[in-house]
Ligand binder design. Structure first.
Ligand code: IMP
Ligand code: MG
Length: 183
């Protein structure tokens, strides 16, 4: 692993204590509400499963999978839904659980999309935020860690579908993805 990791940005201990803190805040804020966690596959899987266990309320859990239309979509923010929710969210308090916010285009599309389905409220919790890269403003309600503009892996986040199982978040060495991009 040393040959691909540039630096550990968030340790396993830091993640676990932050997840606990976020779970406590969400538990307070959603008293008496009809909370549904919507995890964005696949990156948010680790975060959602740890976070959900730290929310001491009855919650529903569902998932969506989305993909952006490639680099040309970066300007339009058009996102394709690969897997949709299984049930109606009419009247529910939706908390979107995301791994990382980069340009903001994915979440901007998703929050609009879920609001149109008559959710009672739509809020966002993200483990990581790279504000330097933002193209559209997205109101983020709960943020785990603000990180610099680095390509990161671990705790659900992949590079070419690998490294999601790392228990920490690390910056990937530049030469790992530079090499791939040249092919
Ligand atoms: P955006 O905010 O629409 O640009 O897209 C955010 C999505 O891009 C995240 O959910 C990730 O799937 C992916 N992404 C953004 N930054 C990184 C990174 O540093 N490593 C791996 N995936 C990333
Ligand atoms: Mg994602």
């Amino acid at each position: 692993m040393d040959n691909i990791i540039k630096e550990i940005l968030v340790t396993e201990e830091q993640i676990q204590s932050k997840v606990k803190e976020l779970g406590e805040r969400i538990t307070e804020d959603y008293q008496g509400k009809d909370l549904m966690l919507v995890g964005i596959l696949k990156g948010a899987v680790m975060f959602l499963s740890d976070l959900a266990r730290n929310i001491k309320l009855p919650v529903m859990i569902d998932f969506m999978a989305v993909s952006s239309y490639g680099s040309s979509s970066e300007s339009t923010g058009i996102v394709r839904i690969i897997k949709d929710l299984e049930s109606s969210i009419d009247g529910k308090d939706i908390l979107i659980v995301e791994d990382i916010i980069d340009t903001g285009l994915t979440l901007s599309y998703l929050t609009d999309n879920l609001r149109k389905r008559r959710a009672k409220s739509v809020r966002i919790v993200t483990l990581l935020d790279k504000p330097e890269r933002r193209k559209v403003e997205v109101p983020v309600d709960y943020t785990g860690f603000v990180i610099p503009d680095e390509f990161v892996i671990g705790y659900g986040i992949d590079y070419a579908e690998q490294y999601r199982n790392l228990p920490f978040v690390a910056a990937l060495k530049e030469d790992v993805y530079m090499k791939k991009n040249k092919v």
